[in-house]
Design a binder for this molecule. Sequence first.
Ligand code: FE
Length: 254
Amino acid sequence: MIDLHSHILPGIDDGARTLEESIEMARLAVKDGIRLLAATPHHNNGRYSNESYNVKQAIDHLNKELNRLSIPLKLMPGQEIRINDLFWGEWEAGNLLTLNDSQYMLIELPTQHVPRDLWDIIHEMRIKGIVPIIAHPERNVELANDLDILMELVKAGALGQVTTHSLNGLFGRRIRQVALKMCERNLIHIVASDAHNPDQRPFGMSEAYGMIKRKFGEAYVQYYRANAVAISDNRDVEVWEPRKEEGRWWIFGR
Ligand code: FE
């Protein structure tokens, strides 16, 4: 299994604090069935800055440790990049990483709102050959309140990544409902853990896939899993047609 979002690198953001904690997380990842894991530390979010070179160094180091300890987990490079005014300067400077050096980039929105220029940024990214993946849209207040905005972003060329713990209920009932709704409306293209630590926020991938299977069927599990493989191999993902809210459509349709 592949997981494309984690904070496993030690001491560089709000994820694992020490190498010991990183190793503990790696063991938990393997236990959960993960064999390939993107390390995606926060970048440019106002608190943490982790440039491409430093992230790759840290990944090399941790991969060697995992190898030495015979833990069957391989880390691939990435970042969780906050969208703000620094973005294009950082891109030009070569400080940004895509997921496993593919065309796919994991981006993070502010918690409360959707930046007004996000559409322009997505458009510009697609022209430059970058496919943005919006990290946990279910945790953004504006997107959670109006799923049609996410639908527009998906139509503009962005992908959506739901976080396992949102589906598993760690962030409460409402976020869980929003996450499920986003899956149901085909606004989600991959499932990832956003694991931060071994205790409160580990991986939860098997649990989340189990829930997706129960709620939406095996085809959705296969869809998400195949997309994660496609991203790590830098192939095109499959994008199912986003759906309008059925209730609302029905009301307007009468
Ligand atoms: Fe994250």
